[in-house]
Design a protein around this ligand. Structure first.
Ligand SMILES: [Zn+2]
Length: 254
């Protein structure tokens, strides 16, 4: 399919599209649409909308990385706010770990998932390359060996622990498609913030602020909207694919 058209559609449309069972006919339908088609109103989930925790990395005295006039904590918060907006527009429920410039320990961030019976957890960060090779691109991390006991796993979405790899793949695929950024793939690494979350959890490194080119793109609001849109689409598609999730009811698709 012509992905140009796919990118031009709103998240609402994409989510509504998934309710069409992902059939080949639906793909044809999607391809024939163009951006002038009215955007459907926010889709309704067939049962209570899943809850997503959005975590802006760092904050307060922990600025994260600093390069090219960017302080990671500030851009992470900006991106997280945009992700939240996109997820809400897809009809999902969202709770942020921080909405302001405050410090939160990693365990406290992860604890949001269990406290709120979340279905998914996304932590937003910016990357750095200290090697001087001017690396760039987006990569998504997930934890494959979680320290949680099975009783602590809330499984609010019906997901299993191993599903974080699929979650990471969905987010990585969508964010690379909406941004055309270099795809550095998904990686298993037990960062505490994702390893201790009680639901499928990913940490997205949304680009290298040490890269001259990528840092310039990241400073653009429209590019940050593309990043946020990609993350939100990945989250929505992953949640929609969960077993036991009743089909989403699209509104006014045609
Ligand atoms: Zn970071």
């Amino acid at each position: 399919m012509k992905f140009r058209h796919f990118i031009g559609l709103s998240l609402q449309t994409i989510v509504a599209f998934t309710s069409l069972a992902g059939s080949a006919a639906s793909l044809v339908w999607l391809e024939r649409q163009n951006a002038s088609i009215p955007v459907p109103s926010a889709p309704r989930w067939a049962d209570e909308a899943p809850l997503v925790i959005v975590d802006a990395g760092h904050g307060g005295h922990d600025g994260g990385a600093v390069a090219n006039d960017i302080i990671e904590k500030n851009l992470a918060l900006d991106l997280a706010r945009r992700v939240k907006r996109e997820l809400l527009s897809a009809g999902l429920r969202v709770i942020s770990t921080r909405d302001t410039d405050v410090f939160l320990p990693l365990e406290d961030r992860a604890a949001f998932a269990a406290r709120h019976q979340a279905a998914a957890f996304v932590s937003v960060h910016l990357n750095t390359d200290g090697s001087g090779s001017d690396a760039e691109g987006i990569e998504t991390y997930f934890a494959d060996d979680r320290p949680l006991s099975s009783r602590q796993w809330t499984s609010a979405s019906g997901a299993k622990r191993g599903d974080s790899a699929d979650f990471a793949a969905a987010v990585q695929r969508m964010v690379c498609k909406t941004t055309n950024a270099c795809d550095r793939g998904t990686k298993a690494r037990s960062y505490a913030v994702v390893a201790q979350a009680s639901c499928p959890a990913v940490l997205v490194e949304c680009g290298f602020i040490t890269s001259t080119n990528e840092s310039a793109r990241i400073k653009s609001e429209s590019y940050r909207d593309q990043v946020a849109s990609g993350i939100a689409r990945g989250v929505a598609l992953f949640l929609q694919a969960q077993p036991g999730r009743a089909p989403l009811i699209a509104t006014a698709v045609k």
